[in-house]
Design a protein around this ligand. Structure first.
Ligand SMILES: Nc1nc2c(c(=O)[nH]1)N[C@H]1C(S)=C(S)[C@@H](COP(=O)(O)OP(=O)(O)OC[C@H]3O[C@@H](n4cnc5c(=O)[nH]c(N)nc54)[C@H](O)[C@@H]3O)O[C@H]1N2
Ligand SMILES: Nc1nc2c(c(=O)[nH]1)N[C@H]1C(S)=C(S)[C@@H](COP(=O)(O)OP(=O)(O)OC[C@H]3O[C@@H](n4cnc5c(=O)[nH]c(N)nc54)[C@H](O)[C@@H]3O)O[C@H]1N2
Ligand code: SF4
Ligand SMILES: [Mo]
Length: 745
């Protein structure tokens, strides 16, 4: 086997904890009220928290039994994200605390008898090692060569240390691998992005259009609840998806579009709405810029033209456009969330924004509302040094409209090229499993190989930890404080997360790890508290509350400062764009040399015998982070490959048969996946749930179960506007015999 400086180390298991006997997820499903007759509630205690199993951040309560064992998690009734109910994943969060495979103590990579292994270390040793290396590398290459990749609450603490050290390269995969293009597309149009939670007033809507967004499988709690209310009251749902998703099964119209052609459908809808005079004239006239240009631009985009591209029949395009217009302005063309599909994603999302604009749904009841949040004060700290180079220098002259750092951009810029010395030498990776998260894994590994130091902060022996020089075990969200949740919503609110149990093993919370690291780097002034509870209490007192009060109520709802959730009749509104108007014709895109109006372009098609690799979510899992969770893997422990009966017949595939997959670049999946023959997928595509096929044996439940879509996503279609990584132009074929390359168990 080839030995590189950075061999992938399988972290050895360090003792085993106990496994919860009852599954809280099953409790949730069979007993949604959350009552459990077997436990005497009088002696149970409850602690406020907000969930970290996904990024909807529902606020709830963690209950412990008399003996201190964590028992169950429920939603907080006062919380707008959860409305008192957790989704199955959130309820199963206790499994994360109980998982015996958890990381237990800091680890440092060392060489023993010519072999690389992880040595257990004390916190002091591990943090000294990191601080010394950071200082040395900073001295040689500049402090800007440190980058942070983060997803989740710890990011605020590590971000502070990185900025104090002198770098602003702080990136999250939730931008260039997720919702970046929609933010850029909406900012270009309305001068304002979407953010999270999406400010869609689904419960008051009369018509919801889902383009790909598979609500119901995408389990973002409050959104799913509003979606089911809309269905109960017989609101119109139009789902555009090459796959018959759960949402499609609840819809009045399912448009099984040919993959990669949505922009043609969107332009045809705009054509119909304008040419049949169905748009909101008063709104368009008062608030928008460039209507005449738009009208001229879409004249060629007839439903007949779109039919040839999308396979959606012209009468269906017309009928659905009329449905939307009939509901206007209480209509939502949902912007989706994971939108990095084909590389022209910002333009597709521009078309979504334009469609919403001409239907007058932006800032209207039943459309999009203007959310409000609260900003808590921070304790005073010294000014951050100004970095000599910024994350923008990672891709000079490219991706000009990226308003946040690109995880993929920093990764690419880490790989040295002959004419350019590399920019990044140290990565701190917190709560993101980069080798499963960034497309083109070979590229990710090449970047990691070029590093002087990679520190990974995680709770699990996730795949990325196997490449680290130092692994720092964070305790789970159930065992720690974090910053207050302050996300925007219909009304502002704050939510507290506090520990319901002591951290297990030798694990620590992110705030503590970051503070200790700051001290060791001589940057202690930037963390002006001894314990995070001091900071929280200080912040809360500034808004006339206190930590003591928040411990009792968990969530505090505040009044909106202004009554401006929706635009009122005839109100004058200035939008944050160059023209002060909603820009149907984008002057900011034009300035940067991009199409000011979205144009359809064709994308690559699969070669003979290959199928487009499509992927998505399952209701009981979040990416790779839940795959080993004892409670959630009980509900689903492997993914399957959806294959159309026509394709199955051609290949003589049977239900349940195991196949390996090979992609267009001859990459073969590490493991096999079971075939699921279903009419619910088009013949030209196959589908799997993301997160499975994990290759680290220490994930005792997840190892080798199913296939990891990321392995097969070697082709990236970059969005030239903002650097999003389009991941859906990859194609696979079936291998029915076990390939020699399979990872050996
Ligand atoms: N249970 C669960 N819920 C989650 C998450 C999770 O991990 N687990 N993750 C959360 C996060 S971070 C995100 S970003 C969201 C993602 O959730 P969404 O934004 O809803 O996801 P997408 O990946 O955009 O959509 C997946 C759907 O797009 C369809 N699709 C594929 N190709 C095309 C195409 O060319 N055209 C059209 N119209 N449709 C296509 C697929 O068939 C699939 O049904 O989910 C969130 N919710
Ligand atoms: N192929 C493919 N790639 C994708 C996607 C896809 O659908 N398919 N989806 C994209 C999208 S939409 C997104 S948002 C990203 C998500 O990307 P990531 O956020 O990287 O997703 P996860 O796989 O959940 O990795 C999270 C890591 O955090 C660790 N973790 C969990 N809780 C904690 C904690 O409390 N503290 C710390 N320190 N670590 C913790 C987990 O063990 C895990 O290793 O992936 C993107 N990449
Ligand atoms: S939607 Fe589910 S997993 Fe996500 S934060 Fe809410 S309860 Fe947790
Ligand atoms: Mo995402």
């Amino acid at each position: 086997m080839k030995t590189t400086r950075r061999d992938f180390i399988k972290i050895s298991s360090i003792g085993a904890g106990t496994l919860a006997v009852t599954s809280p997820v099953m409790n949730f499903i069979t007993n949604p009220s959350g009552d459990d007759n077997h436990v005497d509630e009088t002696n149970s205690k409850r602690y406020p928290t907000y969930c970290e199993i996904c990024f909807w951040k529902c606020a709830g309560w963690t209950y412990t039994k008399e003996n201190g064992d964590l028992w169950k998690i429920t939603g907080n009734e006062d919380d707008l994200h959860s409305n008192g109910r957790f989704c199955p994943r959130g309820t199963g969060g206790v499994g994360m605390y109980n998982d015996p495979d958890r990381l237990q103590t800091p680890l440092i990579r060392v060489e023993e008898n010519g072999k690389q292994v992880f040595k257990e270390a004390s916190w002091d040793e591990a943090l000294d090692f990191i601080a010394n290396k950071m200082k040395a590398v900073g001295k040689e290459f500049g402090n800007e060569c440190v980058a942070l990749f983060t997803h989740g609450s710890g990011g605020k603490f590590f971000g502070n240390v990185i900025k104090a050290f002198g770098s602003n390269s702080i990136s999250a995969p939730s931008y260039a691998q997720c919702r970046g293009p929609r933010e850029v597309g909406f900012i270009a149009t309305f001068g304002q992005g979407i953010g999270s939670p999406e400010p869609t007033d689904i419960q008051d809507s009369k018509c919801l259009v889902l383009i790909g967004s598979h609500i119901g499988e995408n389990m973002h709690n409050g959104q799913v609840q509003e979606f089911s209310k809309l269905i109960d009251k017989k609101g119109t749902v139009i789902t555009v998806d090459p796959r018959f998703s759960t949402a499609a099964s609840k819809s009045k119209y399912w448009l099984p579009i040919k993959p990669a052609t949505d922009l043609a459908l969107l332009l045809a809808w705009i054509h119909v709405i304008i040419n049949e005079d169905l748009y909101d004239k008063a709104y368009v006239e008062k608030y928008t810029y460039g209507f005449e240009e738009l009208k001229a631009h879409v004249q060629q985009n007839t439903p007949e033209w779109a039919y040839g591209i999308t396979t959606i029949e012209p009468h269906v395009i017309r009928e659905t456009a009329r449905e939307m217009a009939a509901a206007s302005p209480a209509v939502i063309i949902h912007p989706g969330r994971h939108v990095t599909w084909y590389g022209d994603d910002t333009q597709r999302l521009r078309a979504v924004a334009i469609l919403n604009a001409i239907l007058g749904s932006w800032g209207r009841r039943g459309g999009f509302y203007f959310p409000e949040g609260i900003k808590l004060k921070n304790m005073p700290i010294p000014k951050y040094p100004k970095p000599k180079k910024t994350w923008k220098d990672a891709h000079p002259g490219k991706f000009k409209l990226a308003d946040l750092a690109l995880a993929s951009g920093i990764c690419d810029a880490t790989i040295p090229t002959p004419d350019e010395s590399c920019s990044y030498k140290v990565w701190i990776v917190n709560g993101t499993n980069l080798t499963s998260t960034l497309p083109n894994r070979k590229n990710t590994i090449a970047a990691i190989e070029a590093l002087e130091l990679m520190v990974v902060v995680d709770t699990m022996p996730a795949e990325i930890t196997g490449y680290a020089d130092v692994v720092l075990p964070e305790c789970t969200y159930l065992e720690r404080y974090d910053m207050m949740r302050t996300s925007k919503h219909k009304s502002p609110s704050i939510a507290l997360r506090m520990p319901a149990a002591e951290p297990k093993f030798n694990t620590k919370p992110a705030w503590w790890i970051a503070k200790e690291l700051a001290n060791k780097l001589g940057l202690g002034d930037y963390v002006p508290y001894n314990d995070i509870t001091e900071l929280l209490d200080w912040q809360l007192k500034k808004v006339d509350s206190s930590l003591e009060e928040m411990k009792k109520i968990g969530v505090m709802k505040l009044e909106r400062e202004f009554d401006d959730m929706f635009i009122t009749e005839g109100e004058d509104v200035e939008f944050n764009t160059n023209t002060g108007k909603i820009e149907l014709y984008s002057t900011s895109l034009e300035e940067e040399g991009f199409d000011p109006l979205p144009k359809y372009t064709a994308h690559p098609e699969p070669a003979e015998g290959f199928y487009r690799l499509n992927y998505g979510r399952a209701p009981m899992h979040t990416f790779t982070r839940t795959i080993n969770n004892p409670n959630l893997s009980d509900l689903m422990d492997e993914n399957s490959l959806w294959v159309n009966p026509k394709t199955a017949k051609e290949w003589e595939l049977e239900n349940g048969q195991e196949v390996w997959l090979k992609n267009q670049d001859n990459i073969i999946s590490s493991f096999s996946i079971k075939i699921r023959i279903t009419e619910r997928i088009r013949w030209d595509s196959v589908y799997m749930v993301h997160g499975f096929g994990q290759t680290d044996k220490r994930l005792s439940r997840a190892y080798g179960k199913g296939v990891n879509d990321t392995e097969l996503i070697s082709h990236v279609a970059y969005d030239p506007i903002m650097g999003g990584t389009g991941m859906r132009s990859n194609f696979v074929t079936f291998l029915t015999e076990k390939p020699k390359t399979e990872v050996q168990a």
